[in-house]
Ligand binder design. Structure first.
Ligand SMILES: *[C@@H]1O[C@H](CO)[C@@H](O)[C@H](O)[C@H]1NC(C)=O
Ligand SMILES: *[C@@H]1O[C@H](CO)[C@@H](O)[C@H](O)[C@H]1NC(C)=O
Ligand SMILES: *[C@@H]1O[C@H](CO)[C@@H](O)[C@H](O)[C@H]1NC(C)=O
Ligand SMILES: *[C@@H]1O[C@H](CO)[C@@H](O)[C@H](O)[C@H]1NC(C)=O
Ligand SMILES: *[C@@H]1O[C@H](CO)[C@@H](O)[C@H](O)[C@H]1NC(C)=O
Length: 277
């Protein structure tokens, strides 16, 4: 079944680029609001890659476990990602957010930005090497087990790291640019990494229909009842009344519904990591 889906994937390569572009355009138009706060961490280079590092207070020993935080298309330039990474540190995780956008994030709220050109500069070919360099750097530093969380653009790379069993546990909120069902079939076929997904009722990129297809594959139901349920663990939490980007960029930072959903996604991710790390 999987080799058949690989062939389909190759045949659909051009279509896939169109779908990715649409997701990134959705994201560009769902920038949401900047959060208030001063990042607690610092920028450094790991294996030559700019990385935001935020550590639990009082952490002296080298961490054996760490969180890799994969940003959306707005990268480390939008303060929200650093502040959310700080929250993982506050829960006790040494947290590392690599600039896998190679110093070239999408500017927020800029009209006339050429998203087609940006997408072509940020395919897996350009994005994977800096990500894997930082992961390699962390293992040289003594980190033995990684959790990874990815938002929007970062969701695809959570799937890749899970498919490759590079991480011990993964979570993603409103992922973009996935090939559904193929990316979940591949995970089901060879993955050993527990996966949590935060979907959003109003997301027009990772829609409720795509989320339901992911459930069918990983829970082996419906069309996919010939598979076996994904043994490493699968958990999807659907967040009502919110849209694409909600877990890191609230559409309205004064709206208690938006803020509660963002906080719920965060604390459920922490619980998932604590359970599986
Ligand atoms: C983008 O623009 C909107 C509308 O002006 C504003 O409400 C929002 O805070 C801006 N987002 C960011 C992240 O600056
Ligand atoms: C946007 O970039 C694409 C790809 O490089 C290019 O073909 C297109 O002409 C550009 N569009 C504009 C409006 O500049
Ligand atoms: C996953 O493995 C494939 C095949 O070896 C490789 O091409 C790709 O770069 C890897 N990606 C990640 C994110 O590890
Ligand atoms: C998928 O299976 C898990 C584990 O059996 C279960 O907790 C969850 O409710 C199922 N989800 C869906 C959407 O079927
Ligand atoms: C944001 O949420 C607040 C509180 O619910 C509400 O008063 C305000 O009208 C909302 N702003 C927008 C632009 O919807």
């Amino acid at each position: 079944m999987f080799s058949k889906s690989l062939l389909a994937l190759a045949a659909l390569a051009t279509a896939a680029f169109g779908a990715q572009l649409t997701d990134f355009q959705t994201e560009m138009h769902n920038v949401g609001q900047a959060l208030d706060g001063e990042p607690a961490g610092f920028m450094t280079k790991i294996e030559g890659v700019d990385t935001y590092v935020t550590l639990p207070k009082g952490l002296r020993a080298k961490p054996r476990e760490a969180v890799v935080f994969l940003t959306d298309i707005f990268g480390l330039a939008l303060v929200n990602s650093k502040l959310l990474a700080d929250q993982f540190a506050a829960k006790g995780f040494a947290t590392f957010a690599p600039d896998y956008l190679n110093g070239d994030p999408v500017p927020v709220n800029q009209t006339g930005f050429n998203m087609t050109a940006w997408s072509l500069r940020h395919t897996e070919v350009q994005t994977t090497p800096p990500l894997l360099s930082v992961i390699d750097g962390l293992s040289k530093f003594g980190v033995k087990k990684l959790a990874a969380t990815g938002y929007c653009f970062g969701g695809l790379y959570i799937l890749r790291l899970a498919q490759n069993n590079t991480i011990a546990v993964g979570a993603t909120a409103h992922p973009s640019a996935l090939s559904v069902p193929d990316d979940f079939l591949k995970l089901s076929d060879i993955g050993k990494t527990p996966l949590q997904i935060h979907s959003a009722e109003l997301d027009t990129a990772f829609t409720q229909a795509l989320a339901a297809t992911a459930d069918s594959v990983l829970n082996a139901t419906g069309t996919f009842s010939d598979l076996t349920p994904y043994a490493p663990g699968y958990n999807r939490i659907n967040h009502l009344g919110v849209g694409h980007g909600f877990a890191v960029r609230p559409a309205n930072a004064s709206d208690p519904v938006q803020i509660a959903a963002m906080q719920a996604a965060f604390s459920e991710t922490v619980d998932w990591f604590s359970k599986h790390l």
